[in-house]
Design a protein around this ligand. Structure first.
Ligand SMILES: CC(=O)[C@@H](O)[C@H](O)COP(=O)(O)O
Ligand SMILES: NCC(=O)COP(=O)(O)O
Length: 240
């Protein structure tokens, strides 16, 4: 059954705008789960622009579904993951100057080091997911690292729809799913998914979990988080 991981990064963005204590991502996670979230996703960035270490530690104790920690494959972040033990880790690229994650991570160019990172995490019982573009060479490299999952970056798909109204990028995602599953990988997807573009991705055969944040938090600002999550679950079923 396709599941929804709600990324609550941007609840923390609002808090960090004033460097204060509200809104609290930990409280947001409770409401997201009440709304039907199957998991909670947070991106602990090296620059701590939104989610803080404190948030991840408290979420580990309070999340009732599952906790997906997005992080760069660095020594610092691996140490934090080994300490906190999220239900799974999604390894993502990070550039200080980026507004948001700009693309998938390059496993091909870092195969040896990244394979060691996967070994460190998975030998501690933490499954690893690679956040990659639907590029066959990156999917093949992800399988070589022995990671359990990939998360297909849906940013290009989302941009293409908003710029041209065309869904042509979906074919790359479909093929990526096929190649990944044939390689023994499990498949998630995320980035830039909205209430209007999510359904075709949700229908991709073999898709396990969609990690969606910005659009849900944006809607939650107006209608509340529980309702925003409930409506995303409906949109994933083509029922909104
Ligand atoms: C990896 C990904 O696509 C997002 O989950 C990531 O968290 C985006 O970074 P921001 O949340 O900082 O926009
Ligand atoms: N990995 C994608 C994610 O967690 C949320 O991305 P977005 O929906 O905030 O673009």
């Amino acid at each position: 059954m396709l599941t929804l991981g709600v990324n609550i990064d941007h609840v923390a963005t609002v808090r960090q705008a004033r460097r204060t204590v509200e809104p609290d991502p930990v409280a947001a996670a409770v409401l997201a789960e009440l709304g039907g979230a199957d998991g909670i996703t947070v991106h602990l960035r090296e620059d701590r622009r939104h989610i803080q270490d404190r948030d991840v530690r408290l979420l580990r104790q309070t999340v009732r579904t599952h906790l997906n920690l997005e992080m760069a494959p660095t020594e610092e972040m691996v140490g934090i993951a080994l300490d906190i033990k999220p239900d799974y880790v999604t390894l993502v690229p990070e550039k200080r100057e980026e507004v948001t994650t700009e693309g998938g991570i390059d496993i091909v160019g870092n195969l040896k080091r990244f394979t060691e990172v996967v070994e460190q995490l998975q030998s501690a019982g933490i499954p690893v997911s690679w956040f990659i573009d639907a590029d066959p060479s990156q999917i093949e490299a992800a399988a070589k690292t022995q990671a359990k999952f990939i998360e297909l970056h849906t940013g290009k798909y989302a941009e293409a729809i908003s710029e041209t109204g065309r869904f042509h990028e979906l074919e790359f995602l479909r093929k990526g799913c096929e190649i990944a599953i044939a390689s023994g990988l499990r498949v998630n997807a995320g980035h830039g998914l909205t209430y209007w573009n999510v359904y075709p991705v949700a229908c991709l055969s073999g898709m396990e979990e969609l990690n969606i944040g910005h659009t849900i938090i944006s809607r939650a600002v107006v209608v509340g988080l529980e309702r925003a999550v409930k409506e995303m679950k409906l949109a994933m079923r083509g029922q909104l």
